[in-house]
Design a binder for this molecule. Sequence first.
Ligand code: SF4
Ligand code: SF4
Length: 387
Amino acid sequence: MTHDVFFSPAWLSKRDASDRSGSIIQKIRKIFQNAEFSQKISKGDLVCIKTNFGDPGNTYVIRPVVYRTIIEIIRKAGGTPFLAETTGHGYMNHKRSAAHYIDSATWHGLTIGSLRAPLIILDGFWGVDGVEIEIPNHNVLKKAWVARGLVGIDHVVSVSHFKGHSPYTRGQSIAASLKNLGIGCTTKTGKYMAHFDPPLIVIEEKCDGCKKCLSKCPVPSAINVSNGKAKINKEFCLLCGNCKSLCPLKAIEPSGKHSEELLQKFIVDLTKATLKVVGKENFTCLNSAYDIVTGCDCRSINSVPIVPNVGFILSKDPVAADRATLDLVNETSGIPGTEAEQLVCVAPGEEKFKTSRLFEFCEAAGLGSGEYKLIKAVPKETPPLRL
Ligand code: SF4
Ligand code: SF4
């Protein structure tokens, strides 16, 4: 099946420059108008803008102006918008609880005051509040744990910064709509399952019985210390990783770590579970192909972009959105003097990110198709730039 993909380029035409229709606000209004977004929203609908708030210190996260514009589009269509995220796995990062992550978002200017909409953590205070969802025709995961905050939501606007997954894997894999809806909409349990083999195990020779791992377990019966050694009860453990993060002796470890390719299979299955909860027809996926770096926004560090800004890409289908964005990025020249040189992708057409078999896995699981029709967004009734 071929899906429409709308594209609003980052570069300015003569007209864009002269009448300010090239403003980022107008670009977003234009692309939502072309996709007839407002017709999908009914009066009073709850509309979740799912994104990645990013780690404090990362300078390439999506700017507040993007969210604020979308929030105003949703309100104008009659919906009730809110900006949403899920916690991060473990307990040593800036997204370890709802309190930590909402506070982290303020470093990027994301507050209820600046956005005029609330910020919500979808998977509860400790990141383990999810609904168990069976995944038919799965790749690797029979069931997933989708953040409970998505239950009953009328429409999800997924807003994803298109970039690489990790600077350490040399441009391997992309992080955009599929990752936002898969890993980004699951609880800490799902995030663990995507990256590691269960269960978490205690390495007894390393454990000195200090009990530091007990203090932030969201399920008190899941871990205890007896005879001077920690023990995890597999039956109750939610794999949140808090105990692992807190152990000073690194005595708690996953049973195994997944390859990048296996991670992609998990992303596909988790995305299917998210679509099942909200309804496949109730998604709008916007990729922001600006500041295209090799590392994910969940790191507090970043290098420099490897290609110039490409623009905004929108589709109701996350597979088509990611495929089209990747193709547009690959067609663009890499920036000399950046990692694009080490990745040997400076020339237009050279592969900027390796997706290995991501799209093949999407099709195998019936998630969607990488076939799309690219439609350049044109001004419709975009009003003059007035705020
Ligand atoms: S025992 Fe399980 S549930 Fe408890 S902190 Fe560790 S990983 Fe989380
Ligand atoms: S924190 Fe580590 S060393 Fe201390 S009891 Fe727990 S597992 Fe053992």
